[in-house]
Design a binder for this molecule. Structure first.
Ligand code: EPU
Length: 427
């Protein structure tokens, strides 16, 4: 079991380069199942979620080759069965994208309900509503979703909730359906646009991605393609907040600044300088941090996946800030950990009230989920003394080389391996 040890207090200086977007990769890799040829996917982040989804595809019969550390070649043609078992999918929430992709290819998908970050109930009713509108029937039994259709046929689908997952799954199922599918109240996240661009590069006809109406005209055949994944908006935001929290001068490279607007706006409101370049942002923070209020919203609103990192930042700002988590019912499990470092945060339902404190003090904590784990790193970087973070496998699901990237900008962070008897050895 790995553990991170951080000694806080170092200001951060230098350059960090952002990897490909996790949430685009975990949609695009299963989407390759729809191709009748080889898909070469570039700028793939080297993270555990990608390793898992690539392994699932291999176990299903696909040929998946790592051409180099950020390029995968996937030949999905040897996959002959639409079944993904619990043993295969349980480690990863986004394996539900196999449903849409297998349904699109075989008109049937038998996929176990996945695992992944736990923010309370994570329903898939909108995914199933979409499949049903395309003419599929489904059965949910023993934790397995069995969805099938004689012929998928395009239809109008209005999503009752703006859902990234449902939008992706319906796109995957609809690209080879007969006729026109219109998704209304669709999610607009950058990774939705990236998936649409990937599908179109295979010969699909997807229009309107990035707006709340996506139109998909089904085609009979999708080809192999070469495609490069967009940079990770949330990884970039995490380093931006870390630089703001620790203070210093950090340039974050390989980003699309437009995707970072809501994050930049909040940092500026807090008194942080953000300079935008074509493919980089520079974060400079010398002075005090101001309080601010945040409400998480679907894109282009403030991303829920940046909420824990900003809560840490607000915990050392002057004054009282309010965070309203409007996307997930419960995404504050990490607050108990943050309080162990001296943060003053009270939570009532979806609202967190944060009283800024002068300093955090290092303590042992754990990563309760991916972004919460990233937030604990940021807290450790500003805390006096040493912070030990356990359960970092959550963090390594979604951040490539996070220890090395932080070390390169001056953070005192290292990874240790902890044996069962809890002796630890630095590696
Ligand atoms: N929802 C429903 N019914 C559904 C689907 C969703 O009620 O059928 C609700 C959810 O309960 C939630 C809201 O709709 O309250 C939004 O859920 P969404 O479906 O958009 O989330 P997701 O697709 O499961 C993706 C990201 C999450 C990110 C959310 C919101 C991936 C693999 N995951 O999840 O990312 O928080 O969108 O932006 O793309 C992360 O990267 O750390 C992460 C958790």
């Amino acid at each position: 079991m790995d553990r991170f040890i951080i000694t806080g207090g170092n200001r951060l200086f230098g350059d960090v380069s952002i990897s490909g977007a996790k949430n685009a990769a975990v949609a695009i890799i299963p989407a390759a199942i729809l191709a009748d040829g080889v898909c070469r996917i570039e700028n793939v982040p080297n993270i555990n979620d990608v390793t898992i989804i690539a392994r699932i595809l291999r176990q299903m019969g696909a040929e998946v080759k790592s051409v180099n550390h950020s390029t995968l070649e996937i030949d999905p043609r040897p996959i002959v069965s639409p079944v993904a078992s619990y043993e295969q999918v349980h480690q990863m929430r986004a394996s539900y994208y196999l449903m849409g992709a297998l349904l699109g290819r075989f008109s049937r998908a038998v996929v176990a309900m996945p695992g992944g970050c736990d923010f309370g109930v994570r329903p898939i009713d909108q995914h199933l509503k979409g499949f049903a509108a395309l003419g599929a029937s489904y059965n949910l039994e023993g934790g397995i979703v069995d969805v099938k259709a004689d012929q998928l046929t395009g239809n109008n689908i209005y999503l009752d909730v703006v859902s990234v997952g449902a939008t992706v799954n319906i796109m995957l199922a609809a690209v080879k359906a007969r006729g026109l599918t219109v998704i209304e109240n669709a999610a607009k996240e950058p990774h939705i646009v990236d998936l649409a661009n990937f599908l179109n590069s295979m010969g699909a006809d997807v229009r309107g991605a990035g707006t709340d109406v996506i139109k998909i005209r089904g085609v009979s055949h999708l080809e192999g393609t070469t495609y490069s994944i967009i940079p990770d908006q949330i990884e970039a935001g995490t380093y931006m907040v870390a630089a703001a929290a620790a203070g210093g001068d950090v340039t974050v490279h390989n980003v699309i600044p437009k995707h970072l607007e809501s994050i930049t706006a909040k940092l500026e409101e807090m008194g942080v300088t953000v300079e935008e370049y074509d493919e980089a942002v520079r974060i400079v923070r010398d002075g005090p941090l101001n309080k601010c209020n945040i409400k998480t919203m679907p894109h282009p609103g403030f991303p829920t996946d940046m909420q824990p990192q900003f809560t840490v930042l607000l915990s050392i700002a002057n004054g009282t800030s309010i965070v309203n988590e409007s996307v997930w019912d419960y995404r504050y499990r990490y607050v108990d950990e943050l309080r162990r470092l001296g943060a003053q945060v009270s939570v009532d339902g979806k609202i967190a009230v944060i009283e800024g404190v002068k300093e955090l003090v290092g303590a042992p904590v754990r990563a309760t989920d991916l972004r919460a784990g990233a937030a604990m790193i940021i807290a450790g970087l500003v805390a006096r003394g040493t912070t030990q973070i356990d359960e970092v496998e959550h963090i390594e699901r979604g951040y490539e080389n996070i220890v090395e990237k932080f070390q390169a900008i001056g953070a005192d962070i290292r990874r240790t391996f902890v044996y069962e008897n809890s002796n630890s050895k630095a590696i």
